[in-house]
Design a protein around this ligand. Structure first.
Ligand SMILES: [Zn+2]
Ligand SMILES: [Zn+2]
Length: 149
């Protein structure tokens, strides 16, 4: 029991709980966090789940509700079947990375997906282009009317 506790403490020491997602900061394998228990490497998110919610039922996978594979926040972890895992949509964190459409409903994907300078904020290029056109038209109108008076 004592040993178990020590392992647990050690585990959460390697977790950055600064944000909505709790990021596993130690070893990573295959995109997921890896953690050594009794010299066996386990997935950090699976371990976090079992520490807090108990054993993962046979045949189920741990799904990241936040879609962030290095996250070990138990609130974001759920045991689901493989099929559910594939069908799931987007995450629980209110951050930009999960935004799939702009406020006018254009899909933020491929050519239409832009990024703000110096940040990871996602922008809609269609709207950016439209806004630029509107700005240009207003500018030209101002010039025209300004010239007549
Ligand atoms: Zn998360
Ligand atoms: Zn748009």
């Amino acid at each position: 029991m004592m040993e178990q506790l020590l392992i647990n403490n050690n585990f959460w020491d390697k977790v950055d709980k600064g944000g909505c997602c709790w990021i596993w900061t130690a070893g990573v394998r295959g995109g997921y966090g890896g953690f050594k228990v009794n010299r066996k490497l386990v997935d950090a998110h699976r371990y976090a789940f079992e520490l807090t919610k108990g054993k993962i039922p046979e045949g189920l996978q741990i799904d990241h509700l936040c879609r962030n594979h290095s996250c070990v926040n138990p609130e974001h972890l759920e045991a689901v079947t493989q099929r559910e895992n594939v069908l799931r949509g987007y995450g629980v964190c209110a951050n930009n990375s999960r935004k799939t459409h702009c406020k006018r409903g254009h899909e933020l994907i491929g050519n239409n997906l832009g990024h703000e300078k110096y940040s990871t904020k996602r922008r809609c290029k269609t709207c950016d282009r439209n806004n630029a056109k509107i700005r240009q038209r207003k500018y030209r109108e101002r010039l025209r009317f300004g010239g007549m008076s």
